[in-house]
Design a protein around this ligand. Structure first.
Ligand code: NAI
Ligand code: MG
Length: 339
Protein backbone atom coordinates (compact mmCIF):
# COMPACT_ATOMS: atom_id res chain seq x y z
CA UNK A 1 0.00 0.00 0.00
CA UNK A 2 1.42 3.42 -0.85
CA UNK A 3 1.82 5.63 2.18
CA UNK A 4 -0.64 8.47 2.45
CA UNK A 5 0.71 11.87 3.49
CA UNK A 6 -0.96 13.11 6.68
CA UNK A 7 -0.40 16.43 8.44
CA UNK A 8 0.56 15.88 12.07
CA UNK A 9 0.12 18.62 14.66
CA UNK A 10 1.35 17.45 18.09
CA UNK A 11 -0.14 20.55 19.75
CA UNK A 12 0.17 22.01 23.23
CA UNK A 13 0.20 20.75 26.82
CA UNK A 14 -0.13 16.97 26.85
CA UNK A 15 -0.30 16.99 23.02
CA UNK A 16 3.34 16.02 22.35
CA UNK A 17 3.21 13.24 25.01
CA UNK A 18 0.11 11.57 23.62
CA UNK A 19 1.25 12.12 20.03
CA UNK A 20 4.44 10.20 20.75
CA UNK A 21 2.36 7.31 22.07
CA UNK A 22 0.12 7.35 19.00
CA UNK A 23 3.08 7.36 16.62
CA UNK A 24 4.61 4.34 18.36
CA UNK A 25 1.35 2.39 18.07
CA UNK A 26 0.63 3.32 14.44
CA UNK A 27 4.19 2.44 13.54
CA UNK A 28 3.78 -0.95 15.22
CA UNK A 29 0.67 -1.80 13.17
CA UNK A 30 2.40 -0.73 9.96
CA UNK A 31 0.04 2.12 9.11
CA UNK A 32 0.82 3.34 5.61
CA UNK A 33 1.22 6.98 6.57
CA UNK A 34 3.92 9.50 5.85
CA UNK A 35 3.70 12.13 8.56
CA UNK A 36 4.20 15.79 7.79
CA UNK A 37 4.74 17.36 11.21
CA UNK A 38 3.58 20.95 11.64
CA UNK A 39 3.13 23.53 14.40
CA UNK A 40 -0.03 25.20 15.71
CA UNK A 41 -1.27 26.80 18.92
CA UNK A 42 0.94 28.16 21.67
CA UNK A 43 3.83 25.98 20.43
CA UNK A 44 3.60 27.72 17.06
CA UNK A 45 3.16 31.18 18.57
CA UNK A 46 6.36 30.77 20.56
CA UNK A 47 8.41 29.44 17.65
CA UNK A 48 7.02 31.40 14.69
CA UNK A 49 5.05 34.35 16.10
CA UNK A 50 1.75 32.99 14.75
CA UNK A 51 -0.61 30.48 16.37
CA UNK A 52 -1.50 29.12 12.92
CA UNK A 53 1.52 29.39 10.59
CA UNK A 54 0.94 29.43 6.84
CA UNK A 55 3.13 26.31 6.49
CA UNK A 56 0.65 24.36 8.63
CA UNK A 57 -2.32 25.53 6.59
CA UNK A 58 -0.43 24.72 3.36
CA UNK A 59 0.47 21.22 4.58
CA UNK A 60 -3.15 20.47 5.43
CA UNK A 61 -4.30 21.94 2.12
CA UNK A 62 -1.98 19.53 0.30
CA UNK A 63 -2.70 16.43 2.39
CA UNK A 64 -6.42 16.92 3.06
CA UNK A 65 -6.02 14.78 6.18
CA UNK A 66 -4.66 15.73 9.59
CA UNK A 67 -4.16 14.28 13.04
CA UNK A 68 -4.05 16.99 15.66
CA UNK A 69 -3.20 17.14 19.33
CA UNK A 70 -5.02 19.61 21.57
CA UNK A 71 -4.29 23.30 21.22
CA UNK A 72 -4.38 25.77 24.10
CA UNK A 73 -6.68 28.75 23.63
CA UNK A 74 -6.29 31.67 26.05
CA UNK A 75 -9.53 32.35 27.97
CA UNK A 76 -11.26 35.72 27.63
CA UNK A 77 -8.42 37.54 25.87
CA UNK A 78 -5.51 36.68 23.54
CA UNK A 79 -5.58 34.92 20.16
CA UNK A 80 -8.78 33.36 18.85
CA UNK A 81 -9.15 29.59 18.85
CA UNK A 82 -6.94 27.93 16.23
CA UNK A 83 -9.31 24.96 16.29
CA UNK A 84 -12.16 27.22 15.22
CA UNK A 85 -9.92 28.89 12.61
CA UNK A 86 -8.98 25.51 11.07
CA UNK A 87 -12.59 24.37 11.01
CA UNK A 88 -13.58 27.57 9.27
CA UNK A 89 -10.63 27.77 6.83
CA UNK A 90 -11.27 24.23 5.59
CA UNK A 91 -15.03 24.34 6.05
CA UNK A 92 -14.91 21.26 8.29
CA UNK A 93 -18.62 21.54 8.92
CA UNK A 94 -19.31 18.19 10.55
CA UNK A 95 -17.88 17.22 13.90
CA UNK A 96 -18.38 13.51 14.50
CA UNK A 97 -17.92 12.32 18.07
CA UNK A 98 -18.61 8.67 18.83
CA UNK A 99 -18.97 7.49 22.43
CA UNK A 100 -18.97 3.75 22.99
CA UNK A 101 -18.62 1.79 26.22
CA UNK A 102 -15.17 0.22 26.35
CA UNK A 103 -14.59 0.33 30.09
CA UNK A 104 -17.14 -2.06 31.53
CA UNK A 105 -18.28 -1.91 35.13
CA UNK A 106 -18.81 1.86 34.94
CA UNK A 107 -22.04 3.71 35.42
CA UNK A 108 -23.48 2.64 32.09
CA UNK A 109 -23.13 -0.39 29.87
CA UNK A 110 -23.84 -0.49 26.16
CA UNK A 111 -23.55 3.19 25.40
CA UNK A 112 -23.11 3.59 21.67
CA UNK A 113 -23.85 7.13 20.57
CA UNK A 114 -22.51 9.16 17.68
CA UNK A 115 -22.89 12.88 18.07
CA UNK A 116 -22.87 14.91 14.86
CA UNK A 117 -22.26 18.55 15.67
CA UNK A 118 -22.48 21.46 13.26
CA UNK A 119 -19.03 23.00 13.38
CA UNK A 120 -19.07 26.31 11.52
CA UNK A 121 -22.19 28.26 12.47
CA UNK A 122 -24.30 29.23 15.47
CA UNK A 123 -23.08 31.13 18.49
CA UNK A 124 -19.49 30.00 18.01
CA UNK A 125 -18.88 32.23 15.00
CA UNK A 126 -17.77 34.69 17.69
CA UNK A 127 -19.79 37.59 16.32
CA UNK A 128 -19.43 39.47 19.57
CA UNK A 129 -19.25 43.01 20.88
CA UNK A 130 -18.96 44.84 24.16
CA UNK A 131 -20.84 48.05 24.68
CA UNK A 132 -19.57 50.78 27.03
CA UNK A 133 -21.99 52.44 29.43
CA UNK A 134 -20.75 55.43 31.43
CA UNK A 135 -17.20 54.72 32.54
CA UNK A 136 -17.53 50.93 32.23
CA UNK A 137 -16.08 49.93 28.83
CA UNK A 138 -17.56 46.46 29.08
CA UNK A 139 -20.90 47.14 30.72
CA UNK A 140 -22.85 45.10 28.16
CA UNK A 141 -21.76 42.15 26.06
CA UNK A 142 -23.60 40.71 23.11
CA UNK A 143 -23.19 37.75 20.80
CA UNK A 144 -24.99 36.89 17.59
CA UNK A 145 -25.69 33.35 16.52
CA UNK A 146 -25.94 32.87 12.76
CA UNK A 147 -27.43 29.76 11.23
CA UNK A 148 -28.13 29.25 7.53
CA UNK A 149 -30.58 26.91 5.82
CA UNK A 150 -27.69 25.55 3.75
CA UNK A 151 -25.64 24.91 6.90
CA UNK A 152 -28.54 23.16 8.64
CA UNK A 153 -29.32 21.13 5.57
CA UNK A 154 -25.83 19.81 5.02
CA UNK A 155 -25.26 18.85 8.67
CA UNK A 156 -28.65 17.11 8.83
CA UNK A 157 -27.92 15.27 5.59
CA UNK A 158 -24.48 14.32 6.89
CA UNK A 159 -26.08 12.81 10.01
CA UNK A 160 -28.67 10.80 8.06
CA UNK A 161 -26.10 9.61 5.51
CA UNK A 162 -23.80 8.63 8.38
CA UNK A 163 -26.66 6.68 9.97
CA UNK A 164 -27.39 4.87 6.71
CA UNK A 165 -23.76 4.03 5.99
CA UNK A 166 -23.08 2.80 9.52
CA UNK A 167 -26.25 0.77 9.96
CA UNK A 168 -27.71 3.07 12.60
CA UNK A 169 -31.43 3.06 13.22
CA UNK A 170 -32.29 6.53 14.52
CA UNK A 171 -31.28 10.18 14.37
CA UNK A 172 -32.31 12.50 17.21
CA UNK A 173 -32.45 16.21 16.40
CA UNK A 174 -31.54 18.29 19.49
CA UNK A 175 -32.60 21.94 19.52
CA UNK A 176 -34.04 24.82 21.53
CA UNK A 177 -36.61 25.99 19.01
CA UNK A 178 -39.13 26.81 21.73
CA UNK A 179 -36.99 29.74 22.92
CA UNK A 180 -34.59 30.46 20.02
CA UNK A 181 -37.37 30.48 17.46
CA UNK A 182 -35.24 31.93 14.66
CA UNK A 183 -31.86 30.18 14.89
CA UNK A 184 -32.92 26.92 16.47
CA UNK A 185 -36.29 27.02 14.70
CA UNK A 186 -34.57 27.11 11.30
CA UNK A 187 -32.34 24.21 12.30
CA UNK A 188 -35.27 22.07 13.49
CA UNK A 189 -37.43 22.84 10.47
CA UNK A 190 -34.61 22.12 8.02
CA UNK A 191 -33.49 18.92 9.76
CA UNK A 192 -37.08 17.63 9.83
CA UNK A 193 -37.35 18.28 6.09
CA UNK A 194 -34.15 16.36 5.43
CA UNK A 195 -35.43 13.53 7.66
CA UNK A 196 -38.39 13.06 5.31
CA UNK A 197 -36.02 11.97 2.55
CA UNK A 198 -34.91 9.10 4.80
CA UNK A 199 -38.37 7.98 5.89
CA UNK A 200 -38.55 4.20 6.20
CA UNK A 201 -34.74 3.94 6.24
CA UNK A 202 -33.71 5.93 9.32
CA UNK A 203 -36.04 6.82 12.20
CA UNK A 204 -36.09 10.36 13.50
CA UNK A 205 -37.19 12.16 16.62
CA UNK A 206 -36.49 15.56 18.12
CA UNK A 207 -35.74 16.50 21.71
CA UNK A 208 -35.26 19.90 23.33
CA UNK A 209 -31.64 20.28 24.34
CA UNK A 210 -32.06 20.54 28.12
CA UNK A 211 -34.31 17.49 28.18
CA UNK A 212 -31.77 15.68 26.00
CA UNK A 213 -29.06 16.45 28.56
CA UNK A 214 -31.18 14.87 31.27
CA UNK A 215 -32.27 11.86 29.21
CA UNK A 216 -28.65 11.14 28.37
CA UNK A 217 -27.73 10.62 32.01
CA UNK A 218 -30.94 8.73 32.84
CA UNK A 219 -30.70 6.24 29.98
CA UNK A 220 -28.13 6.84 27.26
CA UNK A 221 -29.17 3.69 25.39
CA UNK A 222 -32.25 5.51 24.05
CA UNK A 223 -29.90 7.56 21.81
CA UNK A 224 -28.23 6.43 18.61
CA UNK A 225 -27.10 9.28 16.30
CA UNK A 226 -27.63 12.82 17.59
CA UNK A 227 -27.49 15.86 15.33
CA UNK A 228 -27.33 19.36 16.76
CA UNK A 229 -25.95 22.87 16.37
CA UNK A 230 -22.49 24.03 17.34
CA UNK A 231 -22.64 25.02 21.01
CA UNK A 232 -25.21 22.41 22.04
CA UNK A 233 -23.03 19.82 20.31
CA UNK A 234 -19.94 21.02 22.12
CA UNK A 235 -21.64 20.61 25.49
CA UNK A 236 -23.40 17.32 24.73
CA UNK A 237 -20.24 15.75 23.34
CA UNK A 238 -18.39 16.27 26.63
CA UNK A 239 -21.43 14.87 28.42
CA UNK A 240 -21.51 11.71 26.29
CA UNK A 241 -17.74 11.37 26.74
CA UNK A 242 -18.46 11.34 30.47
CA UNK A 243 -20.96 8.49 30.01
CA UNK A 244 -18.21 6.21 28.72
CA UNK A 245 -15.38 7.03 31.08
CA UNK A 246 -14.41 10.61 30.43
CA UNK A 247 -12.48 12.78 28.07
CA UNK A 248 -9.49 10.44 28.06
CA UNK A 249 -11.52 8.04 25.88
CA UNK A 250 -13.34 10.37 23.49
CA UNK A 251 -12.21 10.86 19.88
CA UNK A 252 -13.59 13.15 17.20
CA UNK A 253 -13.40 13.94 13.52
CA UNK A 254 -13.92 17.29 11.81
CA UNK A 255 -15.06 16.60 8.29
CA UNK A 256 -15.61 18.81 5.24
CA UNK A 257 -15.97 18.17 1.52
CA UNK A 258 -12.25 18.02 0.79
CA UNK A 259 -10.57 17.65 4.16
CA UNK A 260 -10.80 15.77 7.44
CA UNK A 261 -9.07 16.51 10.73
CA UNK A 262 -8.98 13.96 13.54
CA UNK A 263 -8.42 14.80 17.20
CA UNK A 264 -9.29 13.94 20.77
CA UNK A 265 -12.28 15.75 22.26
CA UNK A 266 -10.21 16.82 25.27
CA UNK A 267 -7.97 19.86 25.51
CA UNK A 268 -4.31 20.38 26.36
CA UNK A 269 -4.82 19.45 30.04
CA UNK A 270 -2.37 22.03 31.46
CA UNK A 271 -2.86 20.58 34.96
CA UNK A 272 -1.07 17.35 34.01
CA UNK A 273 1.06 18.47 31.06
CA UNK A 274 4.70 17.38 31.23
CA UNK A 275 4.02 14.84 33.98
CA UNK A 276 3.93 11.87 31.64
CA UNK A 277 0.57 10.61 32.93
CA UNK A 278 -1.83 11.68 30.16
CA UNK A 279 -4.12 9.02 28.74
CA UNK A 280 -3.35 8.63 25.01
CA UNK A 281 -6.53 6.59 24.34
CA UNK A 282 -8.68 9.41 22.96
CA UNK A 283 -6.04 10.45 20.46
CA UNK A 284 -5.44 6.79 19.61
CA UNK A 285 -9.15 6.32 18.92
CA UNK A 286 -9.02 9.48 16.78
CA UNK A 287 -6.08 7.92 14.91
CA UNK A 288 -8.25 4.81 14.36
CA UNK A 289 -10.97 7.03 12.83
CA UNK A 290 -8.22 8.46 10.62
CA UNK A 291 -7.14 4.96 9.57
CA UNK A 292 -10.77 4.10 8.74
CA UNK A 293 -10.94 7.29 6.67
CA UNK A 294 -7.81 6.19 4.76
CA UNK A 295 -9.35 2.74 4.15
CA UNK A 296 -6.82 1.16 6.53
CA UNK A 297 -9.47 -0.36 8.78
CA UNK A 298 -7.54 -3.57 9.40
CA UNK A 299 -4.83 -1.54 11.16
CA UNK A 300 -7.51 0.47 12.99
CA UNK A 301 -9.21 -2.70 14.23
CA UNK A 302 -5.92 -4.06 15.55
CA UNK A 303 -5.31 -0.86 17.51
CA UNK A 304 -8.87 -0.79 18.87
CA UNK A 305 -8.66 -4.43 19.91
CA UNK A 306 -5.38 -3.95 21.75
CA UNK A 307 -6.63 -0.73 23.31
CA UNK A 308 -9.78 -2.40 24.65
CA UNK A 309 -7.73 -5.28 26.07
CA UNK A 310 -5.29 -2.87 27.70
CA UNK A 311 -8.06 -0.81 29.27
CA UNK A 312 -9.51 -3.96 30.85
CA UNK A 313 -6.25 -4.32 32.78
CA UNK A 314 -6.57 -2.09 35.85
CA UNK A 315 -2.78 -2.11 36.30
CA UNK A 316 -2.22 -0.63 32.85
CA UNK A 317 -4.62 2.30 33.28
CA UNK A 318 -3.55 5.94 33.59
CA UNK A 319 -4.57 8.07 36.63
CA UNK A 320 -7.67 9.60 34.94
CA UNK A 321 -9.05 6.03 34.92
CA UNK A 322 -7.98 5.45 38.51
CA UNK A 323 -4.80 3.60 37.56
CA UNK A 324 -1.16 4.32 38.31
CA UNK A 325 0.45 3.79 34.91
CA UNK A 326 2.32 6.49 33.05
CA UNK A 327 1.62 7.29 29.41
CA UNK A 328 4.67 5.25 28.39
CA UNK A 329 3.74 2.27 30.58
CA UNK A 330 0.22 2.28 29.17
CA UNK A 331 1.58 2.43 25.63
CA UNK A 332 4.08 -0.37 26.31
CA UNK A 333 1.25 -2.53 27.67
CA UNK A 334 -0.82 -1.81 24.57
CA UNK A 335 2.06 -2.60 22.22
CA UNK A 336 2.47 -5.93 24.03
CA UNK A 337 -1.16 -6.78 23.23
CA UNK A 338 -1.07 -5.97 19.54
CA UNK A 339 -0.58 -9.56 18.55
P1 NAI B 1 -9.08 19.69 29.11
O1 NAI B 1 -9.81 18.72 28.28
O2 NAI B 1 -7.71 20.05 28.67
O3 NAI B 1 -8.98 19.15 30.62
C1 NAI B 1 -10.11 18.86 31.42
C2 NAI B 1 -9.73 17.84 32.49
O4 NAI B 1 -9.57 16.56 31.89
C3 NAI B 1 -8.41 18.15 33.16
O5 NAI B 1 -8.48 17.79 34.50
C4 NAI B 1 -7.41 17.27 32.43
O6 NAI B 1 -6.30 16.91 33.20
C5 NAI B 1 -8.27 16.05 32.09
N1 NAI B 1 -7.82 15.43 30.84
C6 NAI B 1 -8.04 15.86 29.57
N2 NAI B 1 -7.48 15.05 28.69
C7 NAI B 1 -6.87 14.08 29.38
C8 NAI B 1 -6.10 12.93 29.02
N3 NAI B 1 -5.83 12.61 27.74
N4 NAI B 1 -5.62 12.14 30.01
C9 NAI B 1 -5.87 12.41 31.29
N5 NAI B 1 -6.60 13.48 31.70
C10 NAI B 1 -7.09 14.30 30.76
O7 NAI B 1 -9.99 20.99 29.20
P2 NAI B 1 -9.67 22.45 29.76
O8 NAI B 1 -8.81 22.35 30.97
O9 NAI B 1 -10.97 23.09 29.82
O10 NAI B 1 -8.85 23.14 28.60
C11 NAI B 1 -7.44 23.27 28.57
C12 NAI B 1 -7.04 23.92 27.28
O11 NAI B 1 -7.33 23.08 26.16
C13 NAI B 1 -7.73 25.24 26.99
O12 NAI B 1 -6.77 26.15 26.49
C14 NAI B 1 -8.76 24.90 25.93
O13 NAI B 1 -9.05 25.99 25.10
C15 NAI B 1 -8.02 23.82 25.16
N6 NAI B 1 -8.92 22.89 24.44
C16 NAI B 1 -8.51 22.48 23.21
C17 NAI B 1 -9.25 21.57 22.49
C18 NAI B 1 -8.74 21.14 21.16
O14 NAI B 1 -7.63 21.43 20.80
N7 NAI B 1 -9.53 20.42 20.40
C19 NAI B 1 -10.51 21.03 23.01
C20 NAI B 1 -10.82 21.49 24.34
C21 NAI B 1 -10.05 22.40 25.01
MG1 MG C 1 -15.47 21.11 23.63
Amino acid sequence: MTARRVTLIPGDGIGPEITEAVLRVLDAVGAAIEWDEQLAGVAALERTGSPLPEATVESFRRSGVALKGPLTTPVGTGFRSVNVALRREFDLYANVRPAKTILHGGRFEDVDIVLVRENTEGLYIGFEATIPVGDDPRAVAQSNAVVTRRGCERIARFAFEYALQHGRRKVTICHKANILKAVSGLFLETARNVAREYEGRVDVNDVIIDAAAMKLVLDPTQFDVIVTTNMFGDILSDEIAGLVGGLGLAPGANVGEGAALFEAVHGSAPDIAGKGVANPSAMLLAACMLLDHLSQSAAADRVRGALEATLLDVEARTPDLKGNATTTEFTDALLGRLG
